[in-house]
Every structure is written in structure tokens, then in C-alpha cells.
Ligand binder design. Structure first.
Ligand SMILES: [Zn+2]
Length: 547
């Protein structure tokens, strides 16, 4: 026995040194790898097997220890974890790609023109839907009315959603099909009626009356929309998207598309606050697969500032006596919080106005009772009263914010709330200080999908044209590192996915991107010029730049 061992020992050593490199599927090397680990360390290389990262380190160490069939030379370029959008509407975005694109319209005449063009290109439509108009960009900034749409489309129903999703304009045919009557009243919504006639403007809950009449998509149409959305996301370096509010039907559709390999985007999903969703999912607990995590419940406390639906503690500066409104009675949010407190679901409530935020923070504090790890979230947390910031920290409530909302609203937000209240608005830095971390998102398709715009707005607080010089309320800017964390590991944490995504560390999913410029160093003017060269999900290339 011992003699045999001595005899074979030299042979074993030779075999060992030849075959000592462990087999991986993929090695990325010669990169400037931002791991976004707890110390924000950088590395040069990493090895991937079965979709997960085996090890991260220096080129020499990784190349000595591993061999792989696929080698990616990053050419010294920056490698980041795939971006995670902590607040978006993936399904809604897919649908918006197949509806009239009204974003950036400079007048209602332009809106009407775009609808006419769309109708001409798509003859035989049963319904025309569109999204993205914003009366703040129109001369006079008043809500439009539907007179022109009624003239041009007497027989086809038309419904066009405002940029923030909190108001729509419908033509007379759509209103008739939905049975909307002049002067009709409903909870949490407004049906605009002037001189006894419907103007077509529907705010918040009133929109549903018309939108629910739009015929559902076929499975093939549905898949087409989500695949289109995914392509756009991958091209922007997004590997995980948080969808804030879906029904069971959407979730089951996504699950089956993912399971058949047609959809590779990872999604964290919040359930829309509807009895049929809650009754189905709450008793079963969060639903998780490799690409899907149904873990949140999305409630809406109020509307948006642009359509004056955000609920304020004091009246709007530009409409005397008007406070905005809550979308449900406070008792609704209280009973929802009580119900969810006994589950593993996160409560995620849309709150924009300082009154809505105070109400939700108070209810959260009541049921969470101090520091905790339930990760309940407030979506937007846009206007916060001076006295209420600490309510986030007290109950570990996550402020889930969208930096581009600040740079989209900065042109008119002061008209709505005045300079004093605006100091507590879009206050990223103060909100970050509450828990020491903050997730960032875009709210696409309400805002542009681009994570680079998120970074620009978070760090420089300027719009795409670099306005205003020095930034809007620059005291609330984030550092570059904070912004990158907000778009990766902190977004993962807000989605309870930080053990598997959001950083490039051993054991985590190999979701990463290679960029042509380094966000940690790029000049302000270069941020939006940054290109995603390739996007990888689970170690598989899902996008690469052409040319
Ligand atoms: Zn949203």
C-alpha cells in the first residue's frame, strides 16, 4: 500500500499540475470589474458556471484557477452588475410600444396628429390607445378636451393616457361604450364635466371605466409585446425589472413565457391591490422561480402631482382650496397593512403628496412597530413633510425613488407646491440617510427606460440637456457610488433578491454588462453617451451592440 503510493506520487503531481484548472463555462477577463460588493471593490476577472459566478479576482488568479469554453476579453472596459430597475411597469411598457407614442408632444394638436398617423398606419383597429401626453408641455398648460377626437373618430373609441398614468382623455365613442355620464361621481377619481358635458378627461380611478373596455390581447400579441419590452431593456443593460402592479393573469403569462425560454428578463412583481389577486396569492405565500419573484403588493394612496391628484397637507399653490385626494379611505390602507403584516409579502404603496406619505408612514409604523426586516416600501416618496422623514428610519420603511421624476417635474413642481414644500421634495439624499440605502428606478414607461438618465438625474440633478447648471436642489444629489448601488445591489435588496443578484460575487447570478465608458469617472456630458456593449443574464449573452 505505502509502496504503491510512493511509486505513483510523482505521476499524480504531474497530472495534478496539468489538470488543476477547474472547468468553468465562461471567463470574463481584462475588465475593470465593479463588483459592487460591500466595500465597492474592483477586480479584473471572474469565472462563471451554470449561470453563477464561481470566483472573482485578478486576471492571473482567475486564469490560473479556471479554464472555460467561452472567454470574454473585456479589453480593459468597465464591467458592472446588470442594472435593476426598482420601480417600473414592464408589461405596461411592452403595451406602450404598440400604442400611439405621445411622449414629448408639444401641443394637443400634435397629439391628435400622432393619433391620426397611427390610425392611418393601422387600418381596421377596434380601439386606439395611446400614452405619454403631458399638458404641462402644451401652450397654456390646461387639460385638453376631446372635441377634435370626437370629430375625427366618431366611430372608433380612442383613449389616451397621460404621461404619469394618472389621467386619460377619451373620445365620446369610448365614453359611450364605458357608460360614463356627465357629472358622474366615484371614489378616488374625477370625471371632468364642463357646462354639463364630458370633456373626456378622466382622473385616477375614473380611467378604469374606459380602459377596462379595451379588448384583451391574444396570447401571441401578449408575448410579442413582452419580447419587445425585453429587447429594449437588455439594450439598456437592465437584467432585472420590478413590475409595480400586475394581475394574476399577467403573472401566469410571464411565468409560462419564462419557462418556455421565450422571456429571459428577470422580474420582481408586485400584485395589484385587488381582492382576486390577494385571495389567490396571500394564502400560498410569495411565488419564486429562477426568473420570477412575486413578493410585493402594490397599493395606491394618491395620484400624481402633474394632474393635481397627489394628496397634500396644505392646498396646492396653483389651485386655491384644492388638496388633491386619496384613492381609497384610510381604513382601506390600514386593513391591508394589518392583513399583510402576518405574511411574507412586502407592502409597497404609491404615495406622492406629503399627506399621502404621512398617512402611509403612520400606518406602516403602527404595524411594523420599530426596526424590522419586512422591507415594506413607499413608491415615489416624492413630497415629504419636514417632520415625517424620520418615520422611514423608525420602521425601516424603504423609500423607492425615481431620480428622473425630479428632473422631469422640476420645471413646474414649484408652481404646484411652492418653494418651501419643495425643499422636502425629491429629497434623495435625506431619504438615503434614513436607512443608509435607497433603491432607484425609472417608473418606465412614465419616464424613459434609460438607467443612464437615472444616473445623470441622481448624481448631477440635471435633464438630458444639462439644465439647470449646478443641478436642481443639488443638496439632494447622490454620489456616483450611491447611485450605482441604488441601481444594482440596493434595488436587489428592495426586491429581496440581494442574495442572488445586484453584485458580482461568488455564488451570485452572472448578470452583468460591459460598457464603453465608465460611469464612475465619466464627465456629466458623457453620461448619456455611454453605450452598453453587451448584456449577460445568467452567464448568457442576451444583447450586444451592433457594428
Ligand atoms: Zn409606477
Amino acid at each position: 500500500m505505502s509502496r504503491n503510493l510512493i511509486f505513483f506520487a510523482p505521476v499524480l503531481v504531474v497530472l495534478f499540475s496539468c489538470h488543476s484548472r477547474k472547468q468553468a463555462d465562461l471567463i470574463v477577463h481584462d475588465g475593470l470589474v465593479y463588483t459592487v460588493d460591500s466595500s465597492f471593490s474592483t477586480a479584473e476577472a471572474f469565472a462563471v458556471k451554470d449561470g453563477k459566478i464561481l470566483a472573482v479576482g485578478k486576471d492571473k488568479d482567475i486564469l490560473d484557477a479556471y479554464s472555460a469554453g467561452q472567454m470574454v476579453d473585456a479589453g480593459g472596459r468597465p464591467v458592472y452588475p446588470g442594472f435593476i430597475d426598482a420601480h417600473a411597469h414592464f408589461v405596461g411598457y411592452g403595451q406602450s410600444l404598440f400604442a400611439v407614442d405621445l411622449f414629448g408632444s408639444a401641443s394637443f394638436e400634435e397629439v391628435v396628429r400622432r393619433v391620426q398617423q397611427f390610425a392611418a398606419y393601422h387600418p381596421g383597429l377596434d380601439w386606439i390607445t395611446g400614452r405619454g401626453w403631458d399638458q404641462n408641455k402644451f401652450p397654456g398648460k390646461a387639460f385638453p378636451d376631446n372635441a377634435r377626437l370626437n370629430e375625427l373618430f366618431p366611430h372608433i373609441p380612442v383613449v389616451l393616457e397621460r404621461v404619469d398614468g394618472h389621467a386619460s382623455i377619451a373620445n365620446a365613442r369610448a365614453l359611450e361604450l364605458a357608460g360614463v355620464r356627465p357629472g358622474q361621481v366615484l371614489m378616488g377619481g374625477l370625471i371632468e364635466t364642463k357646462s354639463g358635458r364630458l370633456t373626456g378627461i378622466l382622473i385616477d380611478n375614473a380611467q378604469r371605466l374606459v380602459w377596462q373596455k379595451v379588448p384583451p390581447l391574444s396570447p401571441a400579441e401578449y408575448a410579442e409585446r413582452l419580447e419587445a419590452a425585453e429587447q429594449h431593456c437588455f439594450a439598456q443593460g437592465l437584467t432585472t425589472v420590478t413590475d409595480c402592479g400586475l394581475d394574476r393573469r399577467d403573472i401566469e403569462g410571464i411565468d409560462s413565457l419564462q419557462k418556455t425560454g421565450k422571456l429571459r428578463m428577470r422580474l420582481y412583481v408586485m400584485l395589484s391591490d385587488r381582492p382576486e389577486n390577494l385571495d389567490h396569492y396571500l394564502p400560498r405565500g410569495p411565488y419564486k422561480t429562477d426568473r420570477l419573484f412575486v413578493k410585493g403588493v402594490k397599493a395606491y394612496a394618491d395620484g400624481a402631482l402633474g394632474s393635481r391628484g397627489a394628496c397634500l397637507l396644505q392646498p396646492y399653490n396653483d389651485r386655491p382650496g384644492w388638496y388633491g385626494f386619496l384613492l381609497s379611505a384610510p381604513s382601506h390602507y390600514d386593513s391591508l397593512a394589518r392583513r399583510l403584516a402576518g405574511t411574507d409579502f412586502q407592502l409597497c404603496t404609491h404615495a406622492i403628496g406629503d399627506s399621502a406619505n404621512r398617512m402611509i408612514l403612520t400606518i406602516y409604523n403602527k404595524y411594523l412597530g420599530g426596526r424590522n426586516d419586512k422591507r415594506w416600501r413607499i413608491e415615489h416618496a416624492q413630497i415629504i413633510n419636514e417632520n415625517d422623514f424620520s418615520l422611514f428610519g423608525k420602521a425601516s420603511v424603504i423609500p423607492s425613488v425615481q431620480p428622473t421624476h425630479a428632473t422631469s417635474d422640476m420645471y413646474w413642481a414649484e408652481e404646484r407646491v411652492g418653494a418651501q414644500r419643495l425643499k422636502g421634495g425629491y429629497a434623495l439624499k435625506r431619504l438615503l440617510q434614513q436607512n443608509g440605502w435607497i433603491p432607484l428606478g425609472t417608473d418606465f414607461p412614465v419616464e424613459d427606460i434609460s438607467p443612464f438618465k437615472t444616473f445623470l438625474a441622481a448624481v448631477f440633478r440635471v435633464d438630458a440637456k444639462g439644465w439647470p447648471a449646478g443641478g436642481f436642489q443639488p443638496e439632494n444629489a447622490l454620489s456616483r457610488e450611491e447611485a450605482i448601488r441604488g441601481m444594482t445591489i440596493w434595488a436587489a435588496r428592495a426586491d429581496c433578491l440581494e442574495k442572488e443578484a445586484g453584485s458580482l460575487e461568488a455564488g451570485k447570478k452572472a448578470d452583468f454588462i460591459i460598457l464603453d465608458k465608465d460611469l464612475m469617472k465619466a464627465a456629466q456630458g458623457d453620461v448619456l453617451q455611454t453605450k452598453v456593449l453587451s448584456t449577460w443574464s445568467g452567464g448568457v449573452k442576451v444583447y450586444s451592440v451592433k457594428g
